[in-house]
Write a protein that binds this ligand. Structure first.
Ligand code: 1JT
Length: 257
């Protein structure tokens, strides 16, 4: 018996085998979950099809552009047809204009600011709204991904830090709103992880090195480390935990000067 046996988990954010969402998907599948994977567009769907033979059982996959509320509603209509209900929702999506992850914060454009908020923070609200009707009576769990740059200044993280701050606040407000329906909402604040999108950001590699030098555990965290914490939050082991930001960061965030 796995910790997620008989549970249906919807996951957003699998782009390639390095994606944090893919680490979570593999752990959830290992623990017996039925997976539903949402993908952004046709190109992402093709990439996803190459990964899914690595899973122990075939997932349901469906397209969903989270910036369009009608498409979010249509996605959950599809899920409703294919599954009895939903027990878990994983939000592992974010975007920022490349030139705004770095440089001077004062140069953040309204367009870039709005884009990062829409995709990285507001989408937690729209996905929750779509999922809730499928979650009623199931003690469901919603998990999203954040980073320390939401609460302290991390050089260059800039507009993404502001979007993650909004995401963490969304986590608390949704936890309060959905708690009476038995739905929990939590964020995982992961240390820096080598993903395809992060490796393209200048200055990111040096942050990986800083963690190895200074974090209490003297190592970087992996997609599997995050997956195992998401597993706890989505399983019955996390039944009384909601509204929290849980650090999976080798202890880096406890450090002072
Ligand atoms: C995005 C990217 C969200 C990279 C991210 C992210 N959240 C954490 N990272 C890693 C990271 C960390 C630091 C940084 C840059 C990246 C890339 C694509 C858009 C979403 O500093 C410059 C500290």
């Amino acid at each position: 018996m796995g910790l997620l046996t008989d549970k249906t988990i919807v996951i957003f954010g699998v782009a390639n085998k390095r994606s944090i969402a893919w680490g979570i998907a593999k752990v959830a599948a290992r623990e017996g979950a039925q997976l539903v994977l949402g993908y952004q567009n046709e190109r992402m769907g093709k990439a996803l099809n190459k990964l899914i033979p690595d899973l122990p059982s075939p997932p349901i996959i469906a397209e969903c552009d989270v910036t369009n509320d009608d498409l979010v509603a249509a996605f959950f209509e599809t899920v409703k047809k294919e599954c009895d209900g939903v027990d878990g929702l994983v939000h592992s999506i974010a975007t920022a204009k490349r030139e705004e992850l770095g440089g001077r914060f004062r140069d953040t454009s309204w367009e870039g600011y709005a884009l990062s908020q829409q995709v990285s923070a507001y989408s937690l609200i729209s996905l929750a709204r779509g999922a809730v009707p499928l979650m009623t009576g199931r003690e469901a769990s919603i998990v999203c991904m954040t980073y320390y740059g939401a609460e302290r200044v991390v050089n260059g993280y800039n507009v993404m830090g502001v979007a993650k701050a909004a995401l963490e606040a969304n986590t608390r407000y949704l936890a309060d709103d959905l708690g009476p329906e038995g739905i929990r909402v939590n964020a995982i604040s992961a240390g820096p992880i080598k993903t395809v999108s992060a490796m393209g950001v200048s200055g990111f590699k040096s942050i990986l090195g800083t963690v190895v030098e200074r974090a209490p555990l003297r190592r970087n965290v992996t997609q599997e480390d995050v997956g195992n914490t998401a597993l706890f939050l989505m399983s019955d082991l996390g039944r009384a935990v909601t509204g929290q930001t849980i650090y999976v960061d080798s202890g880096y965030s406890i450090l002072g000067a």
